[in-house]
Design a protein. Sequence first.
Length: 115
Amino acid sequence: MTQPVTYPCSSPDFLWTSVSGRQVVVDAKYKAEKPEGFPNADLYQLLAYCTVLELQQGHLVYAKGNDDPAVHRVVGTDVTITAHTLDLTRPPEELLAQVKHLADELAAAPARHAL
């Protein structure tokens, strides 16, 4: 029997598991990006999720701010964290198109398991 996953302090906002067992972990940040960029604490939180789930890839989603989407390779690990942005000022149909594009991107991301 599979043991339940225990997270260090909270759980991710979105964990998708395909029929084949492939997983994608996403944490949405309901805050504006700071002028200096994406906060390190968010990266550490997602690194914890990736470590617990034994995934080599995780995703953060922010409201669009000053930074373009960014890829962070965590030194000393095999983990890559991608920070995506959604422009919440756009009309609903454009926002939905952004969400669809993000979903397509996540679904196409290569499966990277077992740290």
